[in-house]
Design a protein around this ligand. Structure first.
Ligand code: GLY
Length: 349
């Protein structure tokens, strides 16, 4: 005997991303703003002048990637239980990617899922992490290995928050903008080559284009069964670099910048990208002082570390290789020898 559960339902998870000064919003429910002490010190007063709720609580967790862990998730959940949050209550993620990912994850598991809103405060989280519903935390096995797809109900991107962002973090966000352009949009890349993102109007246009690109990709492939994986361009190499340097030497966006250069070298060797195109990407990254080289001490162990990536299976690793500028190939057919050759090249740099 067989009993079938029919779950073929269409769920509308659509939401709006507003790129503008934060609007005045009132929530007729319990709301908790999840943030860290640094962002709270800089911007909480501004947020509180815009947001009101039936009951409003602030939850702070320590600042930094090393705190994107179970302990911080427990801090958030404890507070929700203490304040008797229910399934109609809501969370607001107020910070960078770490806060966004953890708040999203906590909201995905609290009482089997409550709503949350993203108010990203770093360039990297405004153009990438806050959009698309990837949530999670790290554990001793690696980055973002625990988590859920849980879409926010809305994203508010207010460029005002970027005025206090340190230059290095700003550049790390630029790396993710470059990623969107190289993989999906030649014209956007050419715009970036001409543009100066330190100009607020230009920056706002670049944020809009990057977010539009990401939104189009996520709309096609919410749970990364196909094209969404292209957004991991530079990340397969980048994650190994972050790991080898214990997340201390490079910001995520910086490791991704080096990772993109490595992916481009791979593309050149596979005749998917010209030497000229690869050097145009390098030049654009250098314009924002992003690192483009890394000393690969042991190419074999660097290669082995690829298998810890979420996109790997027992015997193959998925690589995102650019096809010129504005195109991309998702492949598990990169030969080990070719990759070692690329990694050796970096070892010599
Ligand atoms: N950051 C890549 C993605 O959201 O798919």
């Amino acid at each position: 005997m067989q009993v079938n559960i029919s779950l073929k339902k269409v769920v509308d998870n659509s939401y709006d991303i507003t790129i503008d000064t934060l609007p005045q919003v009132h929530f007729d429910t319990k709301v908790a703003i999840v943030t860290n002490p640094k962002i709270a010190g800089l911007h909480l007063a501004y947020l509180l002048s815009k947001i009101s709720a039936k009951e409003l609580y602030i939850i702070t967790v320590p600042d930094g990637e090393e705190y994107k862990n179970q302990e911080s998730i427990d801090t958030i959940l404890e507070s929700l239980f203490n304040h008797r949050f229910n399934r109609k209550s809501m969370l607001i993620a107020f910070g960078g990617g770490v806060i966004g990912d953890m708040t999203g994850y906590a909201s995905s598991i609290y009482q089997r899922g409550i709503d949350f809103i993203q108010i990203p405060t770093t360039l990297l989280s405004q153009v990438d992490a806050s959009v698309g519903g990837k949530t999670g935390m790290n554990n001793s096995y690696g980055k973002n290995l625990i988590g859920a797809f849980h879409q926010p109900k809305a994203v508010y991107i207010d460029p005002l928050f970027l005025t206090t962002l340190p230059q290095r973090e700003f550049s790390a966000g630029v790396a993710e903008i470059v990623k969107m352009a190289v993989t999906f949009n030649t014209e956007f890349f050419e715009f970036l080559e001409q543009a100066d993102l330190n100009d607020v109007t230009v920056l706002q246009e670049a944020i809009k284009q990057a977010v539009q690109t990401k939104a189009d990709v996520v709309a096609q492939d919410e749970k990364e069964h196909g094209i969404r994986a292209a957004l991991n361009y530079g990340h397969t190499f980048g994650h190994v670099i972050e790991n080898e340097t214990q997340y201390k030497k490079f910001l995520h966006g910086e490791a991704v910048a080096i990772g993109m250069v490595m992916a481009n070298e791979t593309a050149v060797k596979m005749n998917l990208m010209s030497v000229d195109e690869a050097s145009r990407v390098k030049k654009l990254l250098q314009k924002y002082n992003l690192p483009i080289s890394y000393d690969v001490v042991n190419p074999e162990s660097f290669y082995e570390a690829f298998f810890l990536d979420k996109k790997s299976s027992d015997s193959s690793i998925t690589f995102i290789i650019p096809k010129g500028i504005g195109g991309v190939e998702i492949t598990d057919k990169c030969e080990k020898n070719l990759l070692l050759c690329v990694l050796n090249q970096f070892g010599e740099s």
